[in-house]
Design a protein around this ligand. Sequence first.
Ligand code: ADP
Length: 389
Amino acid sequence: MNVSLDHVSKRYPDGTAAVSDVCLQIEDGEFIVLVGPSGCGKSTTLRMIAGLEQASEGTIRIGDRIVNDVLPKDRNVAMVFQNYALYPDKTVYENLAFCLRMRDFLPRHPDEGGVGGFFRHRARRKAEIDRRVREAAQLLGITDYLQRRPAALSGGQRQRVALGRCIVRNPDVFLFDEPLSNLDAKMRVQMRAEIIRLHQRLRSTMVYVTHDQTEAMTMGDRIVVMQHGVIQQIAPPVELYDQPANLFVAGFIGTPPMNLLPVTLERTEGGSFIRGDGFTLPLPDRWSATLADTTPNSFSGKELQLGIRPEHVGSPAAEGDVRLPRLQATVEFVERLGSETCLHVCAGGSRFIAQVDAHCPAKPGDAVALAVQLESAHLFDPKTTLRIV
Ligand code: ADP
């Protein structure tokens, strides 16, 4: 089912503006991730979709229905929380079955009237609950634990039970509030893959909140980046990475992070350049035209912010390319990650991270000339923070 938020804002009674003018159209079957630093308003947005918080302004729709005043239990959404929220005294089976037992989820057949019909309906309901519980348990690989209580399960198994509790309800929308934060790193990666598989299998609409940009990049069909209650950009992962709308998104998405450095544009008889503290690089032709368009009167001396990803500073494929400009720098320290190596270098007062070949022999104190793929870099306006190229 599709979900839409139309100019939605939330102000808490103490005056905190948690969410401001959020507009978001979520397609039926889409996996949307809300990501941003702690306090940016992502949980509040999710909780407004769930009905756990009332929007101060704007319209929230699930399908064609406006749900602003619909109770959470009547929205047909299911939510997975960080702390699992399981009943400790119930077995896994009972935890899965409980929410179905509590609601009238199965309409009565015409032949289920009267006293006899009541018992026939009850038996059919029981069988349907059993079928759904076992199907969800099988899907999540927890069939062997159905008779255990939550205390006898690992964190990953508990989170599977919490997921199963949503699946049995067959909701129109799944809502996830940082569901993997309590798991160790390895289990997080495993559960991430399981949730992706689950989405591929069920094709339900899923809205997922996380502060972890890697989780967002790996899971979302589209990602919504938020800061201070405001949406900064909505885009598929690769677009977000390649074409960040502003400095915040550029710095937030990607590990190691994008290098962001103040630079000045210079036009001389010898050509056009980008000059930073300790480095000068030739301006790519492609940029000259765009910059002339955007800053026709103040091209030279214009202060901008250069954004270049570590893989575009000294990437191994580029090392032999003599056409690429070089950044003369000194290695400060080296991070060896196995599949690649990160050199933390300085050129004058500017510090860069360069992602180079795993076996690069560089060590602290070495002078290096790193090939820079400036064509893949960006320029941002430091005043508006928006990307120019
Ligand atoms: P996130 O999920 O991105 O960490 P939240 O949506 O939880 O952020 O919170 C957004 C802002 O609203 C934060 O500044 C937070 O302190 C504030 N906030 C959250 N819940 C309440 C509340 N019940 N009362 C007052 N302020 C709140």
